[in-house]
Ligand binder design. Structure first.
Ligand code: AGP
Length: 616
């Protein structure tokens, strides 16, 4: 997704924004650019490809100036060209703007503006808004009490159908920076004698830990050492300053080769951090501070609906199994993008829970808003403090997994599963789950970080297995019950970073179609946890072997696997049912990671993908 960094202050805008853009690279983009103002006019530079291309094109003077806006673009309207890269500058040169989101009525805007003499240099929807701001600015009285630049921005935004996160500067106001958001995140960084705008807090934590999260339809007017927020309709808004709950070093690579590797190996800590302070030994249950639902209200919940996208949706499927098993509450799981428009009839005592690492996924945010509009109580399991989903849900549970930079979600996934296990424990102990069962679950969860630490020691073994399978172009992931969501996640991990066509299925479903794919050229990865249906998984493996399919089996220690049945075996520690999904996730992450490396893929910035999908 596109990234925004804006700066106003006493330091060098260009250098600070370039550093910020580099911190946004993980979000996925295809071009970048910036405009810097030194008070005498705009210096604009744009380039396609990586931010390093922009850095090489920038000359010393362009890095100076105390005001600027910059952008990494993930193309929605218009090809990947320098002309389509942001910032866009109005045809009269007065206004420069960067934009995240989609201006749905850009065609009518362009037609109107062309009739007023404005011209266009790009194919983008964003340029229409830039010229519209210039149009309103030129019409504003310049000697009145109101700030014509701010008025022009607010008037223009009232004409926008669609979504935006924008940063705007005006050549007549070299000491002012304006930002606004509707459906696309925008954060204000409050510095000392300087202020920043960013689409993602990662871009500015090297300058400040004090941030304000803009809400939809809000406009911020920034100066060096002051700022004010209003709505698009000019009503003033009180700013709430948050302290970023992790330091900037956590978003840096350190001694790792890439962020995906770092985040896979951070999981013992991210799991510990997510559990910290969330156990009650006296009552053998979990403790949450932000549900905003008391025990009585929770006991009245007779159905839970989870909504999410991608990996987070797989975490919802795990949550479904755990909550139904340990809390005996019926659970449904829906893709957020489907629920949002499906008009599903729900029981009135349904609790809707959104799971989202970024807290900004527009499909999940839209589904959450739809649930709220219909009066359902909502919660969010989320890894980004202050994100839209966190702020708009009625309550929630922060994952505290630390920033996840790699596009392929790893530590956030196991964190979401762990939070789901804690929630299943908490809800179960409000109902029929016994004290003794609670003690076992608390003990199992507390042991998970060290078990993950042990599992990560199999990295080299898994890497050598991965190298054997990197040449295949197809792969099946198969698992039953609680292992089916992990099979889906394994398939998603492999496909999104190695570009192998991988699919996940319930193992028993193989016979209903997918088995037609089995051949020497299509290996299968089985997630075979011990338990009453392990023998069924063995039978499925035999069906694959009988058709010359290769089998990689990930199983819990103690499973009796006949010699010669599997081609490669990865064992995870025997453990409580509730933690099996976490432990079985580690090998599939490492497997996909090493296959992708073997295939020379960029594991942190896979093609076509973005870390936070803020467009529909
Ligand atoms: C997972 O590896 C992907 N990057 C993607 O499916 C992601 O899980 C999905 O876009 C949801 O993101 P969110 O958790 O930030 O809402």
């Amino acid at each position: 997704m596109c990234g925004i960094v804006g700066y106003i202050g006493r330091n060098r805008a260009g250098s600070i924004m370039l550093d910020g853009l580099k911190r946004l690279e993980y979000r996925g983009y295809d071009s970048s650019g910036m405009v810097v103002s030194d008070g005498k006019g705009f210096e604009q530079i744009k380039s396609t490809g990586r931010v390093v291309n922009l850095e090489e094109a920038l000359e010393e003077p362009q890095l100076g100036g105390n005001l600027g806006i910059s952008h990494t673009r993930w193309a929605t309207h218009g090809d990947v060209t320098e002309a389509n890269a942001h910032p866009h500058t109005s045809s009269d040169g007065k206004i420069s703007m960067v934009h995240n989101g989609v201006i749905e009525n850009h065609a009518n805007m362009k037609k109107f503006l062309a009739e007023k003499g404005y011209t266009f240099r790009s194919e983008t929807d964003s340029e229409a808004l830039c010229n519209l701001i210039a149009y309103h600015y030129n019409k504003e009285p310049k000697d009145g009490e109101k700030n014509p630049f701010l008025e022009a921005v607010r008037k223009s935004l009232r004409h926008v159908n669609g979504t935006y996160g924008i940063a705007v500067i005006c050549s007549d106001f070299p000491k002012e920076l304006i930002g606004a958001r509707k459906g696309s995140p925008l954060i204000i960084g409050i510095g000392n004698g300087e202020n920043l705008l960013a689409s993602d807090v990662n871009a500015i934590t090297h300058c400040t830990q004090n941030v304000v999260y803009l809400d939809d339809n809000e406009v911020v007017h920034l100066k060096n050492d002051d700022f004010s927020i209003t709505t698009v309709s000019s009503k003033s808004v009180e700013a709430v300053i948050h302290k970023v709950d992790w330091d900037t070093s956590e978003a840096e690579l350190g001694e790792f080769d890439n962020f995906m590797q770092k985040e896979i190996f951070e999981q013992p800590n991210s799991l510990k951090n997510g559990m910290r302070g969330r156990f009650s030994d006296d009552d053998s249950t979990a403790v949450f501070g932000g549900l905003n639902l008391n025990a009585q209200e929770l006991r009245q919940i007779d159905r839970i609906l989870f909504i999410a996208c991608g990996t987070a949706w797989h975490a919802c499927l795990v949550a479904e199994h755990l909550i139904e098993r340990f809390a005996r509450i019926p659970v449904e799981v829906e893709y957020a993008s489907e629920f949002r428009y499906r008009d599903a009839p729900l029981d009135k005592n349904t609790l809707v829970i959104a799971i989202s690492q970024s807290g900004e996924t527009i499909d999940t945010l839209g589904a959450l808003r739809e649930a709220k509009r219909k009066g359902y109580r909502t919660l969010a399991i989320n890894n980004s403090v202050g994100s839209a989903i966190a702020r708009e849900s009625d309550g929630g549970i922060y994952q505290h997994a630390g920033p996840e930079i790699g596009v392929a979600s790893t530590k956030a996934f196991t964190s979401q599963i762990m939070i789901s296990a804690l929630l299943a424990l908490y809800l179960g102990r409000l109902r029929d789950l016994s004290y003794g069962d609670g003690v076992e679950i608390v003990k199992a969860l507390r042991t998970v970080p060290e078990q993950v630490e042990e599992l990560l020691k199999q990295n080299d073994k898994i890497a050598s297995i991965a190298r054997k399978y990197a040449k295949y172009e197809d792969c099946l992931f198969l698992g039953r019950q609680l292992m089916f969501p992990i099979a889906l996640e394994g398939a998603l991990k492999l496909k999104e970073i190695s570009y192998i066509h991988a699919e996940g299925y319930p193992a028993a479903e193989m016979k209903h179609g997918p088995i037609a794919l089995i051949s020497e050229d299509c290996p299968s990865v089985f997630l075979a946890a011990s338990g009453e249906i392990f023998s069924k998984s063995l039978a499925n493996m035999q069906e694959v072997k009988a058709r010359k399919g290769k089998v990689i089996c990930i199983a819990t220690k103690g499973c009796d696997i006949p010699d010669g049945l599997v081609d490669d075996l990865i064992l995870v520690p025997e453990c409580h049912e509730i933690v099996k999904p976490i432990l079985m996730s580690i090998p599939i992450q490492l497997l996909s990671y090493h296959v992708a490396l073997e295939r020379g893929c960029d594991v942190d910035k896979p093609r076509n993908l973005a870390k936070s999908v803020t467009v529909e």
